[in-house]
Design a protein around this ligand. Structure first.
Ligand code: B3K
Ligand code: ZN
Length: 878
């Protein structure tokens, strides 16, 4: 397979202005008639240039140009294209193709889920529905007529407004939809099935009433209210924050069980993984509720950032995804808690995106090349992309950012544009040069800032020396060029007071927090009139997506844990301290030395436990020790056993030392009143369950086991029930299997809850987990065709359960490789995600490295490998 390069972009030779589709759904075959209004692009194509339309897995039945059937000599069809050798400047092209949605296991194009039809066209799957110029810069208006059996497919949906309906012979009916907005083909959607609707309305700021419809299978109708509320909140937030109003009369969301990703922002007709729609207190956790609100908002926000203004080509994906993730992050922060949201986002970025940067898939947020575009819907494009958008906010302020965004829409509404266009609009609106941000788009890898602070008592100055370089990446990258890195800093005196900050060239102090701009490889910042040696709080709020390296006494970290007035940095100080100790403990364990925990840490941890001013969710966050996967990234080779033992040791010491306080916290926050989803109830559940799951369970004593059992038996909500069950997963006691059986018996008919049952077992750190996973893979409820089920068992185990997946006998590696190959024949997109669990293979010890490499070699040697899996594995082996 050949890569495609960003620099090879050129406009298409033809434009398509109008699309009329007629889709006839039948059991054995689906017939798609399309009429396209096409015109030559005078800027690129000379007269008579052939027309090359994309098309895959289509059977061409008829073809006519301006109403005249084309002779076979006038065109050519191959696996990927339809070529018409000679066409006029303006013309109408009609085609009829046959497709087989019921045989589609890849879940792209038109496919079936639970007997209903749905589509997924992003990035390049509209071409599996009809012949088309399937690229985002070709924007057209669509009219779609769907016909199907009336009893089995009473509901027929597509983008835009329903304009006509009618009856046909043989108990069939039809519905016509028209979408007045020009859109790229990847935003096309069609749904047909037995669905019911939970609806509501929203009155926009200009007074229009929008109908909101959540479409689900009948048994799920009582699980839609939260999704509807989330949509209403998102619509209101976007009006208030950015003045952005919805543009059609109806907004539809359809929940389907079989979906490769989270959701899809098709114009006016979002198709969602049911996981991000359906919830009820007894079936979904607080985190599920929060995820649903965030994904609903994310897809809604795409209507402006993605749909009204879209991407010129797929290399620009972060233009819509980075920006929309940034917007959903801000939304969630406003709906919940700013610091909490920031901590969660940064945790995810550091654990997953920094790892991607250090592995074979390292790429800039705007990639330079790809073989399979679907492989580039990555944490780098999304989450690092969002951090880069946040840099604009940091530099311009919230108002300047909003001004820039308004300018972006003013200039580009209705267009397909680039990341450069976004940066230019931001710069113009704020009359500032933002070209220095360009390197964030073009360079792969994580910048590393090395920091040294020096206090001069005589001069009363504090000098900050900062350098930037790039963390090593295995993939070959051009030389690193320094980036513009905005760094927020504060200095504290020994009492915990933030000091007024005056730089050497300033006359007076300006505030207690400063934004420094690091743009050179090395820079120094001198603060004057500093009366005594201060404690530095660096990169506050994580003001740029960089790694920080700094030598500092543990006492400074403990001090910041107690005193920093930036909630993010207060949390971070605790994490850095814990990380340092855990890595030392892991070394001690590996060397057979006795393990001892630094009393300074025990003391600081105790302060957090008993700090009554701390919001309980933040307290829970602060108590959590860095996870094994994150710790693994800090050392080479990754010693999974040592990290596991070190972390278990630290947990046990803390749990024993603070047994009384922890039990008291548990009791304090364990509510006896019925479930509520108020913020305070959610906070309470978070703290209580963190205490139980991550500390008390380690004690394995009778009192704790009794608490877990009671919580499991009496929980009136899934948050508490799942938490209790996850505690049991760590315990080798009879109650464990009883609870699993009970849970299965109660929930076997609810696929989303059953996913939890699989995931919980796969996440257990007990040694027998691998065998359990192997046997669950042949459980009657395990199903390779359902991505949620595959992810819940396989991804949970292979990616999240570091110590058990990397068991030294290599059995888990073999299991994954075999599964990837089997899955690749059904669903390459999903297979290629899973095989990514091997991406870090070079960072492990020789034994594991060899075992993983040999599995990767087995995979790549397979004939007929999908381009998806091929690209990931070949990059990994290179
Ligand atoms: N835009 C979709 C993702 C499409 C993935 C295609 N493989 C969902 C989202 O980011 O909102
Ligand atoms: Zn998105």
């Amino acid at each position: 397979p050949q890569p495609i390069y960003r620099h090879d972009y050129r406009q298409p030779d033809y434009w398509i202005d109008k699309v009329e589709l007629a889709v006839d759904l039948h059991d054995d075959v689906t017939i798609v008639r399309s009429i396209l209004q096409i015109r030559r692009n005078k800027d690129t194509a000379s007269e008579g240039q052939p027309l090359v339309l994309n098309g895959e897995k289509l059977t061409l039945k008829e073809i006519a140009l301006n109403g005249q059937p084309l002779p076979e000599s006038a065109y050519q069809v191959d696996r990927e294209a339809l070529i018409i050798f000679s066409v006029p400047d303006h013309f109408e092209l009609s085609t009829v193709v046959a497709i087989k949605p019921h045989e589609n296991t890849e879940l792209v194009g038109l496919y079936q889920s639970n007997g209903n039809y749905c589509t997924q066209c992003e990035a390049e799957s509209f071409r599996r529905i009809t012949y088309f110029l399937d690229r985002p810069d070709v924007m057209a208006t669509y009219s779609t007529t769907i016909s199907a059996d009336k009893a089995r497919y009473p509901v027929l949906l597509s983008n835009g407004n329903r304009v006509a309906t009618g009856e046909l012979e043989n108990n069939r009916h039809w519905v016509r939809w028209e979408d007045p907005f020009r859109k790229p083909s990847y935003l096309f959607a069609l749904v047909a099935g037995q669905l019911v609707c939970h609806h509501g309305t929203f009155k926009t700021m200009s007074g229009r009433e929008i109908r909101l419809e959540i479409w689900v299978e009948p048994q799920n109708i009582d699980k839609c209210e939260h999704a509807l509320l989330s949509l209403q909140k998102a619509m209101q937030w976007d009006e208030q924050t950015f003045g952005l109003e919805y543009d059609l009369d109806v907004y539809m969301i359809v929940a389907v069980n079989d979906f490769n990703m989270g959701a899809m922002e098709n114009k006016g007709l979002n198709v969602f993984n049911s996981k991000f729609v359906l919830c009820r207190p007894d079936t979904a956790t607080d985190d599920d509720y929060e995820d649903i609100e965030a994904v609903i908002a994310h897809e809604y926000f795409h209507n402006w950032t993605g749909n009204r203004v879209t991407c010129r080509d797929w290399f620009q994906l972060t233009l819509k995804e980075g920006l929309t993730v940034y917007r959903d992050q801000r939304f969630t922060a406003d709906m919940t808690d700013f610091a909490l949201k920031r901590i969660r986002d940064v945790k995810k970025l550091r654990t997953l995106q920094f790892a991607e940067d250090q592995g074979p898939m390292a790429h800039p947020i705007r990639p330079e090349s790809y073989i399979e575009m679907n492989n580039f819907y990555t944490i780098t494009v999304y989450e690092k992309g969002a951090e880069v958008v946040r840099l604009y906010e940091t530099l311009l302020g919230k108002e300047g950012f909003a001004k820039g965004l308004a300018r972006y829409f003013e200039k580009h509404d209705g267009q397909a544009v680039t990341c450069d266009d976004f940066r230019v609009a931001m710069a113009e609106a704020n009359q500032i040069d933002l070209t220095p941000l360009d390197r964030w788009y073009s360079q792969a890898g994580t910048p590393v800032c090395e920091v040294r602070g020096r206090y001069d008592a005589e001069q009363m100055t504090y000098t900050l020396q900062v350098t930037q370089s790039r963390a090593p990446t295995p993939a070959v990258q051009p030389a690193f060029m320094p980036c513009l890195i905005p760094i927020r800093v504060s200095l504290f005196d020994p009492k915990g007071q933030a000091l007024p900050l005056q730089l050497a060239d300033e006359n007076v102090p300006i505030g207690e927090e400063r934004l420094l701009s690091l743009s050179e490889t090395q820079q120094q910042f001198i603060f004057v009139n500093i009366p005594q040696e201060p404690v530095l709080s660096f990169l506050r709020g994580f003001s740029a997506p960089v790694q920080v390296k700094m030598q500092r006494p543990r006492e400074h970290l403990a001090f910041l844990m107690a005193h920093d007035n930036d909630s993010f940095n207060r949390w971070d100080a605790g994490q850095i301290l814990a990380q340092e100790l855990l890595l030392n403990l892991a070394q001690d364990w590996a060397a057979g030395r006795e393990l001892k925990l630094d009393p300074l840490f025990i003391q600081s941890f105790g302060k957090i436990l008993t700090d009554s001013r701390l919001n309980p969710s933040l307290k829970a966050m602060a108590m959590m020790l860095p996870d094994e996967k994150f710790l693994g990234q800090q050392i080479e080779p990754i010693d999974v056993d040592a990290l596991y033992e070190a972390r278990s040791f630290m947990t046990r010491v803390l749990a024993r030392t603070f047994r009384r306080e922890l039990l008291a916290l548990y009791q304090q926050y364990h509510s006896t009143s019925p479930y509520s989803n108020s913020r305070s109830a959610i906070d309470a559940r978070r703290l209580k369950n963190t205490v139980l799951r991550h500390f008390l369970t380690a004690l394995q004593d009778e009192e704790v086991i009794a608490l877990i059992g009671q919580q499991f038996q009496h929980a009136d909500n899934m948050t508490d029930m799942q938490a209790a069950l996850s505690c049991l997963m760590e315990l080798e006691i009879p109650e464990r299997e009883q609870a699993l059986q009970q849970f299965y018996g109660r929930w076997q008919h609810d696929p989303l809850v059953l996913d939890k049952w699989f995931a919980l077992q796969a996440s257990s750190s007990l040694p027998k987990t691998l065998d359990r996973v192997l046997s669950l893979a042949s459980h009657p409820d395990f199903n390779l065709r359902n991505p949620n089920r595959v992810r819940s068992l396989i991804w949970t185990f292979c990616s999240l359960n570091q110590v058990r997946f990397h068991s030294a006998d290599g059995r888990a590696y073999k299991f994954l490789a075999e599964l990837v190959l089997e899955l690749d024949r059904l669903n390459p997109q999903l297979a290629s995600r899973l095989v990514g669990a091997f991406n870090q293979w070079r960072r492990f010890d020789k034994l594991r490295r060899n075992l993983m490499e040999s599995q990767l070699n087995t995979i790549i040697a397979q004939p007929n490998l999908s381009t998806d899996v091929y690209e990931i594995v070949s990059r990994s082996l290179n």
